[in-house]
Design a protein around this ligand. Structure first.
Ligand SMILES: CC(C)(COP(=O)(O)OP(=O)(O)OC[C@H]1O[C@@H](n2cnc3c(N)ncnc32)[C@H](O)[C@@H]1OP(=O)(O)O)[C@@H](O)C(=O)NCCC(=O)NCCS
Length: 334
């Protein structure tokens, strides 16, 4: 057992008010509410007013977490932002958030791991607490997917939404906290889900813009098959590694990419509906924000209590695979 565990001691979330419903998308591309709901489980997504950056959503979620914990931003040691839609390629969005919230003593950095970025960032943050280097680490998952989604491509534009969630990590005071993590990457999957241009491989040119290369490109079938297999594999492995089986899990908080992916993993682990959080119908896939948003849904529904064994799992572009096993510590929730 670890000498010192990191625990989630506060949670804050933010989604923009503006809604993009399936009916709205029917006006933009050749799709239908029925197709979207049955193939993905999504009913609506929240999207920003154009021009609202990721740092804005991240700062609002951070503010909520700090308010609930009753501390000021100047107490933070470190700010980690998980995102695939940074305000700019550099500086890191963590720097912009640090400034916006007034975390004067904190350093920070971004984590790029697409839909697995929240478990990755949580793992990184936990190391600083477990080592004793830091006492207050803010981990934020935030994405403005509407800024990189092609609203002419029906295969991708129906999937994504915008949002942010922030958790505070501190030394566990009650024996609960983060137990373990298990992460993988498989870079041979990079070709199946990416944003081709805007980096050093294809810097922005008139051609990259005309070819719509600054948007998310996905071969959905490949990603779907990989995600179904990996969600269940990584979940089983991390449970087994820690001496647990599916029946021991109190709550499965999965990345919300497609209801069918979540349910495939749920069935392989033999979990009943009451042990699985599903809110994709309301938010779509908000990339780095889905897991904290799902934690908030569980708290709203009073499905999380101190001591619960919670399994987080995500699969994303890269390919990346992330899972974290924890005992919930209990947080103030209003
Ligand atoms: C994207 C996804 C929902 C597509 O569902 P699918 O069942 O795999 O569908 P396919 O891609 O095989 O497409 C089936 C048909 O529906 C069509 N289609 C795709 N998007 C559509 C839409 N929005 N509306 C209507 N039809 C659509 C396709 O053109 C295809 O038509 P065809 O058979 O005439 O060629 C699914 O593959 C998926 O969820 N993939 C993983 C997404 C993901 O997790 N991404 C983020 C990383 S975590």
């Amino acid at each position: 057992m670890k000498e010192r565990r990191a625990a989630i001691t506060a949670l804050g979330t933010y989604v923009p008010e503006r809604l993009l419903t399936n009916a709205d998308l029917e006006k933009l591309v050749d799709t239908s509410d029925e197709w979207i709901r049955t193939r993905t489980g999504i009913r609506q997504r929240h999207v920003v007013e154009p021009g609202t950056p990721t740092s804005e959503l991240a700062a609002r979620a951070a503010g909520e977490a700090l308010r609930r914990r009753g501390i000021g931003a100047e107490e933070l040691d470190l700010v980690i932002v998980a995102t695939v839609t940074p305000d700019m390629i550099f500086p890191a969005t963590a720097c912009l958030v640090q400034d916006k919230i007034g975390a004067k003593r904190a350093w920070g950095f971004d984590v790029s791991a697409a839909c697995s970025a929240f478990p990755y960032a949580l793992t990184m943050g936990a190391q600083f607490v477990e080592s004793g280097a830091h006492r207050k680490v803010l981990v934020i998952g935030a994405d403005v997917m509407s800024s990189i989604v092609d609203y002419q491509d029906r295969a991708t534009c129906v999937l994504f939404g915008d949002g942010a969630g922030a958790v505070l990590l501190e030394p566990a005071a009650d024996g609960n906290g983060i137990l373990d993590f298990l992460h993988e990457v498989d870079g041979s999957g990079a070709c199946y889900l990416n944003m081709p241009a805007g980096g050093s491989l294809h810097p922005a040119t008139r051609e990259t813009v005309e070819k719509r290369m600054h948007f998310v490109k996905q071969q959905g079938q490949h990603v779907f098959k990989y995600a179904v297999r990996k969600f269940a594999d990584v979940s089983e492995h991390i449970l087994h590694k820690n001496g647990f089986v599916g029946a021991d899990v109190d709550l499965f908080v999965a990345h919300q990419a497609n209801i069918r992916i979540i349910e495939a993993a749920q069935h392989r682990m033999g979990l009943p509906d009451e042990k699985v959080v599903k809110n994709i119908d309301e938010y779509g896939n908000t990339t780095a924000a889905t897991i904290p948003l799902a934690m908030a849904t569980a708290l709203d529904q009073k499905r999380l209590k101190a001591g619960d064994l919670v399994l987080l799992a995500a699969v994303g572009a890269g390919f990346t695979v992330g899972s974290v096993l924890l005992r919930w510590s209990g947080v103030a929730w209003d």
